[in-house]
Design a binder for this molecule. Sequence first.
Ligand code: RAM
Length: 337
Amino acid sequence: MKKTVLILMVAILSMGMLFAQGASEAAAKDQYEIIILVKSMGNGFFDACFKGSEEAAAELGNIKTTYMGPTQATAEGQIEIIETLIAQKVDGIAISANDADALIPVTKKAMAAGIKVISFDSGINPGGRIVDLLPSGAELIGRQQIQLAAELTGYAGDVAVLSASAQATNQNLWINWMKEEIKDSKYSKMKLVEVVYGDDAPDKSYREATALMKKYPNLRCIICPTTVGLLATAQAVKDAGKSGVVEVTGLGLPSEMKGYILDGTCRQMALWNPIDLGYTSTYLLEALITGKTDGKVGSVIPVGRMDSVKVESDGLIYMSTPYVFNKDNIEQYAAIF
Ligand code: RAM
């Protein structure tokens, strides 16, 4: 009887050891495969994010990073890609989400399969990712967009917003804060007439900007909280011969917008460093995959040359404040991103 118990115990113990060994083997691969899954391909902002991811991967030495995204900025396109990544058993995915909720079932499935999932730039709601890396607080970004427009228009006139897709998490949060900011009495002579969506597609954004100018003959400013929308709008306004009549501002890539900043079509705009965003996302994924962190609220996670980040409530991580670009500093930044 005693002997049977002993044999059973030995068997259970060695099974446990086997499992433990299996787990530690899985955690100690030479190279981990991560994916930077963006809203859509062909967007210079995300190209810069991926540059940062490659930089981090080279520093870390144990990460192979791959750049992916649908052709159009839709949740469906991203869901399809995530399904294939689950089948491929990648180790981690950093997603700039086309929808805060629609991706949750598939990212939950990925996490249940052992894949570390984070969102960056445009978030997935809690439950669908471990942490969400934000460039800055949404309030700061949104309020600043109205302030930039007010300075350009002398605090007066009709303004419109040309956004990315209607479901984009990040733009929608920023636009909500823009609507809050413009309620302040100092903007009483400014009116937000409409929000339109260019879907982060250059041609659709151009058409929407042109339509806004036709629909609102007294339009004084178009605010574009999207790098794709801003570039297309600057083009549309310039082509319409309305530079200086319809002011253009928003969030823009210095390298793409330099010409329009210098010719006065877009006299000021804001953005953060997308290279740093991709770099930090990659460090975060590596730390989660190798078990250096569990990403729980309160964790402080080292992120290479970006020092460290702290996980705040709801798993949110904030980077720094956006830069403001104008003709005096654009050349310097255009050379970087
Ligand atoms: C576009 C994308 C991205 C956003 C930037 C500002 O490139 O919509 O998500 O962060 O603009």
